[in-house]
Design a protein around this ligand. Structure first.
Ligand code: NI
Length: 129
């Protein structure tokens, strides 16, 4: 049986993130089951939002990222993995350029329950690198 398309080439999230030219614009680098693996290059303050039904996993590739919660901030550094629990309002803030890998359900909207100038559709996130 000829099903080569089932096997994808390996991806290197750190290289993919470094190649991005637009800030806060996630790109899908892999998918499995109901999840997307995305990379993003971020700097500055994003936007306060929540994902009512989905947890959101951050893996910091380079730099540092602060995730502000109403109860206070959580500071992440390269190598850290951190999960924002579903329903919890948060705002990512990068005081220096930060490259991040995200694992999210395919249903997750990256700006959650708000729409801003930074909101990117899933089609935009699926664009080739
Ligand atoms: Ni979020």
């Amino acid at each position: 049986m000829d099903v080569p398309s089932l096997i994808k080439a390996p991806v290197h999230p750190a290289t993919a993130a470094a190649a991005l030219t637009e800030l806060w614009s996630p790109r899908v680098v892999a998918e499995f089951d109901d999840y997307y693996v995305k990379v993003a290059k971020v700097l500055g303050s994003f936007t306060w939002h929540a994902h009512e039904h989905e947890d959101e996993l951050f893996h910091i590739l380079t730099g540092r990222l602060r995730i502000e919660f109403e109860s206070g901030p959580v500071d992440l550094r390269a190598g850290d993995v951190f999960v924002v629990p579903k329903g919890m309002r948060h705002n990512p803030v990068a005081l220096e350029e930060c490259h991040v890998m995200l694992i999210e359900k395919k249903s997750t909207l990256h700006t959650g329950d708000v729409v801003t100038a930074q909101t990117r559709s899933i089609d935009e996130q699926l664009r080739g690198m």
